[in-house]
Write a protein that binds this ligand. Sequence first.
Ligand SMILES: NC(=O)c1ccc[n+]([C@@H]2O[C@H](COP(=O)([O-])OP(=O)(O)OC[C@H]3O[C@@H](n4cnc5c(N)ncnc54)[C@H](OP(=O)(O)O)[C@@H]3O)[C@@H](O)[C@H]2O)c1
Length: 289
Amino acid sequence: MKVIRQVAVVGATGMLGKHVTNRLVQQGYSVTAVVRNMLKGQQLLNSKVHLQKGDLSDPGSLLTAFRDVDYLYLNLSTGPYEKDADFRTEIEGLKNAIKAAKQAQIKRIAYLSSLVKDYEGNGWWVFDYKREAVRILREADIPVTIFYPSNFYENLAELQIRGNRVLLAGEQTTKSCWIGTEDYARMVGEAFRQQHDEDREYAVQGPEAMNMDEAIDLFIQNYSSKNLKKTRVPMQVFKILKPFSKTLDFQYHILDAINHYDEKFVSERTWDEFGKPQQTLADWAKQIK
Ligand SMILES: NC(=O)c1ccc[n+]([C@@H]2O[C@H](COP(=O)([O-])OP(=O)(O)OC[C@H]3O[C@@H](n4cnc5c(N)ncnc54)[C@H](OP(=O)(O)O)[C@@H]3O)[C@@H](O)[C@H]2O)c1
């Protein structure tokens, strides 16, 4: 008899979270999305995903949601308003999730971190929080798998399009090994099939190294729904406006980090274990509706 494994996802309504959650269902997992907003969950997720109301700031809701769950996938992010906040999603929220997971006897937690969090050129507090999250997970006393992906293709269609323009900020002087959620979600699913209790950490990089200009050009060439135009916003615009807006300050720092982070290819072991990512940026762009 085929064993159906139960996975809970926190962050399933996120830009990346929804793709990974829907793909875990396609892989045969029975998935519970722990969501703050049930309507948003219904709109974004496959109808086979069981929706359970829950919040990382409410430990009781997590305990209820994690009942009878085998594995937990955490797709969290740190927002522009979380600096020095009493509740920080990837610190206090993560600790609450780990505590509830242990109480519910969950077998493994998989966590989405990032490669660029190691960028030290702009001393950004968000990267300090993300490095702290990794320390918390390593000391969690429950098996964890931590993923460190490069840039996702999905940013181009879901974050960077405005009307018929694809926006980029300044110029990326380095290259990123772009990856799609299709290949990444397969790795998340595989992490739950591993038959050991050790912690594992994986860089997640795709088959092509490109800077932002090259990635956008390839996206535009292969995207058929409308004619898109690349539009560059000077970093100076963010620099001038960031003292007046926490959101623009946040965007300035992440864009500055992506533009300068000297990403090396460090995914040999990931490719050995999970196979080389198959989807290219052009493949991904061609199939977008
Ligand atoms: N984009 C990239 O290229 C890239 C590359 C590498 C790594 N990453 C990492 O990917 C992560 C971002 O993923 P994403 O784009 O999917 O994030 P996102 O769109 O910001 O989604 C965050 C999710 O967390 C949920 N959430 C927030 N606070 C919560 C709480 N208190 N209780 C329960 N759920 C809560 C949100 O729910 P609501 O819908 O209710 O707000 C949402 O589902 C970041 O950590 C980033 O470092 C991104």
